[in-house]
Design a protein around this ligand. Structure first.
Ligand code: PEP
Ligand code: CO
Length: 469
């Protein structure tokens, strides 16, 4: 995002929005998904307002460029070969209220710190992907939520309705899709400015470590590592080596492509290749609840050229996995398909091996990454949805063990994190107890790792990576 070796990004011609090609593509996509079961879509109260919003979205400039998506695909191909490691992280659900310079900077800081730990401690290039600038739609286990005898539609993310528990707030409002576009644009603009404008400069390694992190055990460990990096940089400077790569990083955006009324109008024809790209984000994934083979989401994803992820839960059969690969990546394009496994600490060691074995036996070189969050959620006695840091760690360990035993590559990590000092997941080196969850529980969806927990996890993964090299 900040550093593009290819020079000027290519993509849908700037200014040429809603061209005849784009209109034809939109009609084609709409027809392709019409009639297919589409999981987790809101019941919009007024169809007219949906058309108004989608028409507006179709006029909007792209948020990302086709060339950037292609570059990410080549990076993910390197991950599949074991030559790089993917770090994907951010909120479970972004919020409109969370679009502030502080919030975005703190998240980036956490990602950059984790990436530095992984790169430096394990000597492996890290592909950095934010769960940001578009992560506004959420699948829910129930369509409604009941509180004290009142039943209202569930919160489906800021792109659909509002988190407050009132009838007005929970009514799906298509105009929110246009707000989500603008919120994504503002976030991406900040992210591009931060990473391109000197903030991601490796000479800033100490500055990313804010006070509260510095006092934690992981923060102190980070300080020592930052000191060593500083020494290495000083040495390089002394011998007059000062490459541009130290000053900026490549950062990509990603979100779950869940809300089809948003993703379809954001899909455009790349003027160079003529191929369709969903220009709402670089990397898009299909969630565990919407990856039905004959469903609208898989159909849509099969028709766009972006790199695609699919969440793979513990009930996925080997046949299902292969059928998904055949549908989403029939030409076996390196880097095109990433499996994001989310089995839970209890099941990773038994559920994952047969999937990998079958995929390998069928010549699939997929990128495998570990989401150690979504299989480890439980409700604390206080009623808070939480996750144990130890379970997260155990699932990551299991993921590495399985890949190591099969000779395949543990490609990366997909985590829900925040740059703030929240109390949403229990445990960690600066431990949070179940009865302490209420003190700073701010997520509107799933519990996220805080700064110190994220950093601790990065150190642990770096050790595991080192051991596999
Ligand atoms: C998520 O990533 O927030 C999510 C809902 O995950 P999954 O589809 O794996 O349940
Ligand atoms: Co989540």
């Amino acid at each position: 995002m900040g550093y593009l070796p290819g020079g000027w990004p290519r993509g849908p011609t700037l200014g040429r929005v809603n061209s005849p090609e784009d209109r034809a593509l939109y009609a084609e996509l709409t027809e392709a998904v019409a009639g297919l079961p589409a999981a987790q879509q809101p019941q919009w109260p007024e169809p007219g307002a949906v058309t108004e919003a989608t028409e507006q979205l179709r006029q909007m400039p792209p948020l990302v460029f086709a060339g950037e998506c292609d570059l990410l695909r080549t990076r993910l191909a390197a991950v599949a070969q074991g030559e790089a490691f993917l770090l994907q992280g951010g909120d479970c659900a972004e919020t409109f209220a969370g679009v502030s310079a502080d919030n975005v900077r703190n998240k980036l800081k956490t990602l950059l710190q984790m990436a530095v730990v992984l790169t430096y401690a394990a000597s492996v290039p890290v592909v950095k992907v934010g769960r940001l600038a578009g992560q506004y739609a959420k699948p829910r286990s129930k369509p409604d939520e009941a509180r004290d005898g009142v039943t209202l539609p569930a919160f489906r993310g800021d792109i659909v309705n509002s988190f407050d528990f009132t009838e007005d707030a929970r009514r799906p409002d298509p105009a929110r899709m246009v707000r989500a576009y603008h919120a994504s644009a503002a976030t991406l603009n900040l992210a591009r400015a931060f990473v391109g404008g000197g903030y991601a400069d490796l000479h800033q390694v100490h500055a990313w470590n804010t006070d509260f992190v510095r006092t934690s055990p992981a923060g102190q460990r980070y300080e020592r590592l930052a000191g060593r990096i500083e020494q290495a940089l000083a040495f390089m400077k002394a011998i007059e080596i000062d490459p541009e790569q130290l000053r900026t990083v490549e950062l990509y955006s990603s979100h779950e492509a869940l809300l089809l009324d948003y993703e379809l109008p954001m899909t455009r024809v790349d003027s160079r290749s003529g191929a369709p790209y969903d220009v709402s984000g670089h990397f898009l994934w299909i969630g565990e609840r919407s990856r039905q083979l004959d469903g609208a989401h898989v159909e849509f994803a099969s028709r766009i050229r972006n790199p695609i992820g699919v969440k793979i839960g513990p009930t996925t059969s080997t046949d299902e996995l292969l059928a998904l690969a055949d549908k989403l990546d029939p030409d076996r394009v390196p880097g095109r398909l990433t499996f994001v496994t989310r089995m839970g600490a209890q099941r990773i060691r038994t559920a994952l091996p047969s999937l990998i074995q079958k995929a390998t036996a069928n010549g699939l070189v997929a990128t495998w990454i570990c989401d150690p969050m979504h299989g480890n959620t439980y409700e604390a006695p206080s009623g808070h949805k939480t996750r144990r840091f130890d379970d997260v760690v155990d699932e990551v360990r299991g993921f590495f063990e399985v890949h190591r035993s099969l000779g395949t590559h543990p490609g990366g990590l997909h985590v829900e994190l925040t740059g703030d000092d929240v109390t949403e997941c229990v445990g960690g080196g600066d431990p949070i107890a179940e009865d302490g969850l209420a003190s700073r529980y701010e997520t509107v969806c799933d519990p996220r790792l805080n700064r110190t927990q994220s950093l601790e996890l990065a150190f642990l993964v770096a050790e595991l990576l080192e051991a596999t090299r």
